[in-house]
Design a protein around this ligand. Structure first.
Ligand SMILES: Cc1cc2nc3c(=O)[nH]c(=O)nc-3n(C[C@H](O)[C@H](O)[C@H](O)COP(=O)(O)O)c2cc1C
Length: 200
């Protein structure tokens, strides 16, 4: 370990340039404590384990929601769809809107913990915070999922190269056409083999 002690790290700029290549699903992490709500747009969110169901979220200690998550020990991870681009901008401070004002857009409800749940999120994971790990500028919050709300299919919102994007799904009808075309080609190849002809 000691041999590496003096090795220089890359610059934050170079690090960020590399991380911009990592496409990520976008969430809004919300919390409530003593009746005060707050939330932030976050991509540093991941599934930790299924047994027990746990997620982890990395939150900058300077974020408005940080101390509330810490004190209230509850949070909800709302997975955004491509329709939520404006909400993502709102909860990342890009519109100059802060604290409870952020909830004046979107429809919000609660599940078990009381943390705000976005009604039309792709999925919302309602969590009790069980562990907090300090890591330089951030706290890693580990949340035990006590409730989940899952909405009908929609396209996820993705963030990559400093911009929001959506995944293009192949429409069902064209998928059906592609698979029927493949099956027709297979049948015709089989029939050619039976009759001794080869495809050109
Ligand atoms: C796409 C995107 C992803 C972000 N991911 C995180 C994250 O994972 N953790 C974090 O602390 N901040 C993240 N941020 C920054 C926060 O959303 C932003 O700093 C927010 O304004 C913090 O809330 P505050 O204004 O109440 O301090 C992200 C911002 C954007 C635009």
């Amino acid at each position: 370990m000691q041999a590496w002690a003096n090795i220089e790290t890359v610059t934050p700029e170079r690090f960020k340039e590399g991380m911009r290549r990592l496409a990520a699903g976008v969430t809004i992490v919300t919390t409530v404590h003593d009746g005060e709500r707050n939330g932030l747009t976050a991509t540093a969110v991941t599934s930790l384990s299924a047994e027990p169901p746990q997620v982890l979220v990395c939150v900058n200690r300077r974020a408005g929601a940080h101390d509330l998550i810490h004190k209230g020990s509850r949070m909800c991870v709302n997975v955004l769809s491509h329709r939520h681009k404006n909400l993502a901008a709102r909860f990342s401070g890009q519109l100059g809107i802060y604290g409870r004002e952020r909830f004046n857009a979107g429809r919000w409800m609660t599940l078990k913990t009381g943390a705000p749940v976005l009604e039309d999120a792709l999925a919302s994971f309602d969590c009790i915070v069980t562990e907090r790990i300090q890591a330089a500028t951030h706290t890693i919050f580990i949340g035990r999922v006590v409730d989940v709300r899952i909405r009908p299919k929609a396209r996820p919102l993705v963030y990559a190269s400093g911009t929001y994007a959506r995944l293009e799904h192949q429409p069902k009808s064209s998928r059906a056409k592609t698979s029927s075309a493949k099956s027709a080609a297979r049948k015709s190849a089989a029939s050619r083999r039976r009759s001794g002809r080869t495809a050109r």
